[in-house]
Write a new protein. Structure first.
Ligand code: UDP
Length: 424
């Protein structure tokens, strides 16, 4: 089988990367095969999907993506030259929410059917990578069916803030039994997995990485002119609209900052329309008028961040990672972020950004006021933050770390002849 010699060399040397080996051999084959089948349940462009976009692009010569829902993620992958198939999940599976345990149990039959269909696609690939919980449940069973190793990329905090107890237990047990590796996007995510009962030995931490070149230094006024935004102190929030992302905290803070405007960038991606509506009501309640602009989902985040004086992160529950926090730093703007979860691994308070207690609108207002009052200090903070983000959270570093984990999984696989035989 193509690639076997390469894998053996890799195991002996232990340093070369797997993607380079396989891509070199199979770059011309169509459809792409013999690499990784990436599976994601979502068709929207959330942070997990944007991270997967970079990884899938890197592996596109040998690998493909299966989505369990259609949406803007599909054309984004296609534009990146990634082979993508949509395997529409059954309505019963689509309806399962993170917080619903019973719904999850009822969806068992649908999961089994889904995993059978996925297994057929996955036969062309050596490894199944699951980019979300739902994808992992389906992917783990598919992998077991056809003897492929399954890697779960855990991008969520398995805590009561985000998941039902039964949902956490179920997925963690499945991981302990069937995952070859659990890649966590921060140490906080890894710790939550272990606290939920996950085996520590399964975990590798691979921080998300962002393409720094997408965030070139940009003049604030020029960015505002380009966007036709008014002059004046402006802060920006760049998250999907969801109660736990805490955009309401920003609006509460603005009520205490009469001279400050806000850009609220992002949409309700997973059905949080009631929350989106409540934000508009809150604006009216605080009489914020045209000081707040809801811009919906945007693809020009670097330009919008450049137009801001400060980038704010307001999650009220621990953030697994927080891509937008890194992006704020890369954009060269001072970042104020909620002190919890993965954000603590990104921001050092007073050095690379400001940390505030989650949900504390008063503290947010104080931090914004202080940064606006002392521009030289804010600029220093932003410059240190940008240098740190470029060095620590680069896309290249993420890809190298990811590749290393995949290589380890495949090498371990080859040392277990029975498993390898089943896989081929
Ligand atoms: N984002 C975007 N357009 C928007 C709002 C957000 O492209 O209108 C991007 C944002 O730049 C970031 C990602 O969505 O890259 C959100 O990732 P994060 O880790 O902050 O949150 P998640 O969605 O994964 O919970």
């Amino acid at each position: 089988m193509p690639g076997r010699g390469c894998m053996l060399t890799l195991c002996a040397a232990g340093r070369a990367t797997w993607s380079a080996c396989v891509a070199g051999e199979e770059a011309t084959s169509k459809p792409p095969r013999d690499g990784i089948l990436f599976v994601d349940h979502a068709g929207v462009l959330g942070g997990a999907e944007l991270s997967l976009l970079d990884i899938a692009r890197h592996y596109r010569d040998t690998s493909a993506v299966v989505l369990l829902a259609d949406g803007p993620f599909r054309p984004a992958l296609e534009e990146a030259g990634v082979h993508v198939d949509v395997l529409l999940a059954e309505p019963r599976l689509r309806a399962v929410r993170r917080s619903s345990g019973v719904g999850g149990a009822l969806a068992l039959a649908a999961v089994m059917r889904e995993s059978r269909r996925l297994a057929e696609r996955a036969r062309l690939y050596r490894l199944i990578h699951c980019n979300s919980q739902k994808a992992f449940v389906v992917g783990a069973l598919a992998g077991r069916r056809i003897g492929r190793p399954v890697v779960w990329h855990l991008r969520d905090m398995l805590t009561a803030d985000h998941f039902s107890r039964i949902g956490r237990l179920g997925v963690v047990r499945l991981a302990n039994a069937l995952a070859a590796r659990v890649i966590c996007n921060s140490q906080a995510t890894a710790d939550a997995f272990v606290r939920a009962g996950g085996r520590a030995g399964l975990v590798s931490v691979v921080y998300n990485g962002i393409d720094g070149e997408a965030f070139p230094p940009m003049d604030r006024e020029a960015a505002r002119r380009q966007l036709d935004l008014p002059a004046g102190c402006t802060v920006g929030s760049f998250s999907r609209l969801a109660p736990w992302k805490g955009q309401h905290v920003l609006l509460d803070a603005l009520a205490q900052l009469p001279d400050v405007r806000a850009l609220v960038v992002g949409d309700a991606l997973f059905g949080e329309d009631a929350y989106a509506a409540s934000l508009r009501t809150l604006c009216e309640h605080h009489r914020l008028g045209d000081r707040v602009r809801f811009l919906g989902f945007r693809r020009d985040v670097p330009l919008l961040m450049a137009a801001c004086d400060i980038v704010v992160h307001t999650a009220v529950a621990p953030e697994p990672f927080g891509r937008m926090v890194v992006e704020g730093m890369l954009s060269g703007r001072p970042v104020v972020a909620a002190d919890a979860g993965g954000v603590r691994e990104i921001v050092t308070d007073g050095r690379t950004g400001c940390l505030i207690p989650p949900g504390d609108a008063g503290a947010l207002a104080v931090a914004i006021r202080a940064l606006l009052a002392d521009r030289p200090a804010a600029d220093r903070l932003a410059a240190t933050g940008r240098a740190w983000a470029l060095a620590r959270f680069s896309r290249d570093r993420m890809l190298a770390d990811f590749d290393q984990v995949i290589a380890q999984v495949m090498c371990a696989r080859r040392r277990t002849p029975a498993a390898a035989d089943a896989a081929h």
